[in-house]
Design a protein around this ligand. Sequence first.
Ligand SMILES: [Zn+2]
Length: 442
Amino acid sequence: MLCILEFAHQHAEAGSKTVVFAHVNVVPMDGDRILTDQDVTVVDDRISSIEPAASPIVPKDAQVIEATGRFLMPGLGEMHAHLPEPSDPQEYMRATLALYVANGVTTVRCMRGFPNHLATKRDVISGKLLGPFLFLAGPGLGGDSVKSPEDGVKQVLQQKSEGWDMIKIFPGLKRAEYDAIMTTARRIGMRTGGHVPTEVGLEHALQTGQETIEHLDGYWEALHFEKPVPEAGLREMAVKTREAGVWNTPTMTIVRFTLCMEPIQSALAKKEMEYLPKFQVDRWVKLSEEVVCKGHSDPNVSRIVQQNRERFLKELNDAGAEILFGTDSPNLFEVPGFSVYEELIAMRHAGLSPYDVLLSATRKVGQYLHKNVGTVTVGAQADLILLDGNPVEDVANVRKQSGVMLRGRWFPLSELQRMLKAIHDLPGNYQASYHQKAEAGS
Ligand SMILES: [Zn+2]
């Protein structure tokens, strides 16, 4: 018996892996501070020590990453995202997950469940698929899918037994159905989030304790975002939101396209579109032209709505209400992974400090998930981004990545670039030149 245990112990030792980031500036995100010139040691998938880089002695067999002058921040959470559906090619799923990783996104909350997502999560955990940690909302519960309060209860129980992490609230639910769903979800420890159905209304959603509200949904109707909203009204609602303990995922950038404020040509010309299959880009163009922006005629109203959203996000932050970072990719021209850079800047534009913006994508992600991710501190999961610039000085520096660590596995820039090139060169991908040709021909 002793012999077997001994062997198991040795085996574990042989399998453990140590990586040291040498002479790195740490962005711990446990406070608005930088720890300069540190050695950060990662053993397996955990940060095991953070020490001033004084001693040249590193553990034998450790991989040393020379990081003088660079900044080590936590990996990002993309907390309102989507994943390809069962009818999409599996290659698109693989590429989507890799695009997240290649841009430093180490956690993804998928906001609408399809049957293939549960297997995808299992494959990521087992290592069969390379991808961020997945937190999965089940199929949306809304007016189209829920027939009665009893049916709502049944579906919550079923989603729990199937292994989904949270209930996604969709528009169209009646108040009795909503209440039954929320009560059951709370009783069995199922998380909740999503839209605010019209019949439920924002005040009731806040009172009921829906855990997250997406896109500032419900606030538009409650505060009348289509007209300039007096500051006192915004502040009062922000305080109510904090008191209710409800989180918001504001998804600031996608609104340019959902409110038809930006011509789709500018999105189509973006280099990162070429990482997507052409069918995905075509879907967006069709959705935008034939549904979302069809007959949309008042850009002034859109501008006022967006200004109110920005002002309200600032009020939420000032009031101490919880904010989660998310872009809604891959929805309307938001490319998985790449969309985070514009969202960081959009939140800055609303007046949040760089530190507060980063907080929503790092430490707050861990707090929301009840998981030790989102900080660079001893004991935290080793989801990390190595940057060439200080992100707390300028969130645009989050794009200057020289490597990503995913659950202790190190991807240097060369490997990230190889991954990206492989995705870029997939047959059937969109090419920006299609668009230019179409323009020239018209
Ligand atoms: Zn969404």
